[in-house]
Design a protein around this ligand. Structure first.
Ligand SMILES: NC(=O)c1ccc[n+]([C@@H]2O[C@H](COP(=O)([O-])OP(=O)(O)OC[C@H]3O[C@@H](n4cnc5c(N)ncnc54)[C@H](OP(=O)(O)O)[C@@H]3O)[C@@H](O)[C@H]2O)c1
Ligand SMILES: [Zn+2]
Ligand SMILES: [Zn+2]
Length: 352
């Protein structure tokens, strides 16, 4: 074991603060990574504040962060795919059983024995896993991703969650040229959804509550922007969408979007608001519409997404911040005030 620097929350109501944690020395199959950048996902905030206590209660101290890019510093003796000095990435998962039907299908995110990057039982050290708000991490080689060359690393980190979470359901539901696609909420996930849907060739409509984001939405890949609080603007799109991706982090009216789907259209939830949504039966019955969910993506698909982003020069629009500003960043996230992802420059942790 060795000491690593990190930022942790000690309770649901305390701010994140500097701390020291123990990490395992790499086993023969592990890779040790010096973390360069870590994105701030709204899931970090939900978890730190124990907002998902019904589904996944938070264990404290909690060290979030699952959008990790860094440089490999050590590899175990059996590691074949990576070498010290390589740039590498880690997303929301650090382990799974590798043998169940989900793992065999490349869908590790649904493995009953998956280990998420933070706040999940740590099979090596006991306690829970600690995420990327830290100067280093040790991860099984199977869960380490390659970063295509030429991408800005601060903007690449958010691809590991916001990128794959929007890429995977759009691939699954056949978002391609000729499809009309909606993206609800222009935050971290939403802006990646808009960029990727545009790259897939779809006609992209962004729904936002923030008037001030209209020009940005068009720049990021939207063909049209709708202010979702304007009922007339919404009504113009009734019955017209093939697919809508809902990235909203808080309570909202999903019925307003179900009514925008055409026959056999689908709306997929990736946002995870703590409170249940209210779904009127008739909004689904009429037009045989469907509502589904999706969570991140498997490791092979995450690599596919990174390679796609490399080929299309896609990264996240980031505000790079020092770790000392993380609590301020959380408050801004709650006000939908981020353009469009915070990425922590982990060099700032050295001074702690
Ligand atoms: N399924 C998964 O695998 C997965 C992965 C990552 C994150 N998530 C979840 O996805 C959600 C979004 O994450 P994120 O990191 O993208 O968050 P974010 O950057 O905070 O973006 C959320 C956006 O939702 C909109 N919004 C917020 N409050 C709203 C309200 N009350 N009514 C309507 N719209 C509202 C805002 O967009 P406008 O200003 O444009 O309206 C905001 O920018 C979170 O719940 C997160 O936990 C799920
Ligand atoms: Zn996330
Ligand atoms: Zn499995």
């Amino acid at each position: 074991m060795y000491d690593a620097k990190a930022y942790a929350a000690s309770s649901a109501t305390s701010p994140l603060a500097s701390t020291t944690i123990s990490r395992r020395d790499p086993t023969e199959h592990d890779v040790q990574i010096e973390i360069l950048f870590c994105g701030i996902c709204h899931s970090d905030l939900h978890t730190v504040r124990n907002e998902w206590s019904g589904a996944v209660p938070t264990a404290y101290p909690c060290i979030p962060g699952h959008e990790i890019v860094g440089r490999i510093t050590r590899v175990g003796s059996a590691v074949t795919r990576f070498r010290p000095g390589d740039v590498a990435a880690v997303g929301c998962m650090v382990d799974s059983d590798g043998t169940c039907p989900e793992c065999r299908a490349g869908l590790e995110q649904f493995c009953p024995n998956v280990t998420l990057t933070y706040n999940f039982p740590d099979k090596h050290l006991g306690g829970v896993t600690y995420g990327g708000y830290s100067d280093s991490v040790v991860v099984s080689e199977r869960f380490v991703l390659r970063v295509p060359s030429g991408l800005d690393l601060a903007g690449t980190a958010p691809l590991l969650c916001a990128g794959i979470t929007t890429y995977s359901p759009m691939r699954h539901w056949g978002v391609t040229r000729g499809k009309k696609v909606g993206v609800v909420g222009l935050g971290g996930l939403g802006h990646m959804g808009a960029k990727l849907a545009h790259a897939f060739g779809a006609h992209v409509v962004v729904f936002t509550t923030s008037l001030s984001k209209k020009d940005d939405a068009l720049r990021l890949g939207a063909d049209e922007v709708v202010l979702s609080r304007n009922a007339d603007e919404m009504q113009k799109h009734a019955g017209s969408f093939d697919f809508i991706l809902d990235t909203v982090s808080a309570d909202h009216d999903i019925n307003a979007y179900l009514n925008l789907l055409r026959r056999d259209g689908n709306i997929t939830l990736v946002g995870a608001p703590p409170k249940p949504l209210s779904v009127p039966a008739f909004a689904l019955l009429m037009g045989r519409r469907s509502l589904s969910g999706s969570v991140i993506g498997g490791i092979a698909e995450t690599q596919e997404m990174l390679d796609f982003c490399g080929a299309h020069h896609i990264t996240s629009d980031v505000e790079v911040i020092p770790i000392q500003k993380v609590n301020e960043a959380y408050e801004r996230l709650l006000k939908s005030d981020v353009k469009y992802r915070f990425s922590i420059d982990m060099a700032s942790l050295k001074s702690e």
